[in-house]
Design a protein around this ligand. Structure first.
Ligand SMILES: [Zn+2]
Length: 350
């Protein structure tokens, strides 16, 4: 059973048959939302499969494939931040779209670590160094590898430097630059391809998703983000945000933060980043890339905003993006973000 995305098919033979024999530790990276995790999991399943097909796809029916699909394979370990483990137990789509989640759930999630910790790495040693029920190859998949904090990353580095025989390390990330350089230099890097617009459209169509209502350019070409966006009913929040920030003088950060604070913060920051990209683009080149419908509003904002302030704010958004993963108080985070935006846009008129 071949579960690769269409845009991954062309790299499969080379990676599965050749690249994978060249090292024990690999980093699978690429743009956010293009399916790195699915690719590396499927590769792991194929490598553990007892009867792979001629094209080296997992057979889907052997004992190993059954264990793998049930999440009980003794020779496969998926290491993730605690918070992510809890989320994957929930119905992910439901969790994202249900803004009326019980406060109990929200509180218990906040206490769980969003990082991969050194304790988790130490806990792995039994898997890495002891032979279990099943002899043969073992695969450790770390996702997102950029969530290892510094001490965890250093502990992992030691294990990668002296890998137990038969163990493969798969580090999966869409933020390669956030990994410590010593880890990057010890691993073989595999950058996975991203699809073009047409492939995204075709894939969404196959998935039974109607994408006419949105502008794919918001997402670059990250099909999973588009899918998640559409399934989770984000669009109403997106429209609300853009409507409000297109009139910064009327914007009320406290009310808007109240409306948006249960949504994924990094997604909201990325919406604002694209909006500011358009402001900067209009200022420099006289054209917008993402928000054509709002060109008149963008023109008005740019006319009363100092170019340097705008570029400074745009740079600050990259910091907000990093903080968004660790913010404990979503409402305050959004208020600060929106107040900073208003301040940026009101330089001249004040
Ligand atoms: Zn199989």
């Amino acid at each position: 059973m071949n579960q690769l995305y269409p845009w991954q098919q062309s790299v499969w033979p080379q990676i599965r048959n050749h690249v994978i024999t060249k090292a024990q530790a690999f980093i699978f990276s690429g743009r956010k939302g293009i399916g790195q995790l699915e690719f590396s999991e499927y590769l792991a399943q194929s490598l553990l499969c007892e009867q792979p097909t001629q094209a080296q796809f997992a057979c889907g029916s052997c004992r190993s494939c059954q264990w793998f699909e049930q999440g009980t394979h003794p020779n496969f370990y998926r290491l993730e931040p605690e918070a992510l483990l809890v989320e994957s137990d929930l119905d992910a789509t439901q969790a994202l779209s249900d803004s009326k989640q019980s406060s109990e759930d929200t509180n218990s999630k906040k206490k769980l670590s969003q990082q991969i910790t050194i304790d988790q790495i130490r806990h792995l040693d039994q898997f890495l160094y002891l032979s279990g029920h099943q002899s043969g190859r073992k695969i450790l998949l770390i996702h997102p590898a950029d969530c290892m904090n510094v001490s965890a990353a250093n502990a992992m580095l030691k294990r990668i430097e002296e890998p137990p025989p038969q163990v493969l390390f798969f580090l999966v990330t869409d933020r390669l630059q956030a990994l410590i350089p010593t880890i990057v230099s010890r691993c073989m890097r595999i950058t996975l391809p991203h699809p073009d617009r047409l492939s995204v459209k075709n894939w969404l169509h196959q998935e039974g998703i109607e994408e006419n209502s949105i502008d794919l350019s918001w997402f670059g070409t990250s099909p999973q983000l588009v899918k998640r966006y559409l399934e989770a009913g984000y669009s109403a929040y997106y429209v609300e945000l853009i409507e409000k920030i297109s009139s910064p003088m009327q914007l009320d950060p406290i009310t808007l933060a109240e409306k948006l604070h249960k949504q994924e913060l990094s997604m909201i920051v990325s919406w604002l980043q694209k909006w500011c990209y358009d402001l900067v683009s209009f200022q420099i080149l006289g054209r917008v890339y993402y928000h054509h419908r709002y060109e008149a509003a963008i023109k008005t904002i740019v006319a009363t905003t100092e170019p340097k302030q705008l570029i400074d704010f745009w740079k600050r958004l990259a910091q907000f993006q990093q903080w968004s993963r660790h913010s404990l108080n979503a409402r305050l985070f959004l208020e600060e973000l929106l107040f900073a935006y208003i301040k940026t846009c009101s330089r001249i008129s004040n």
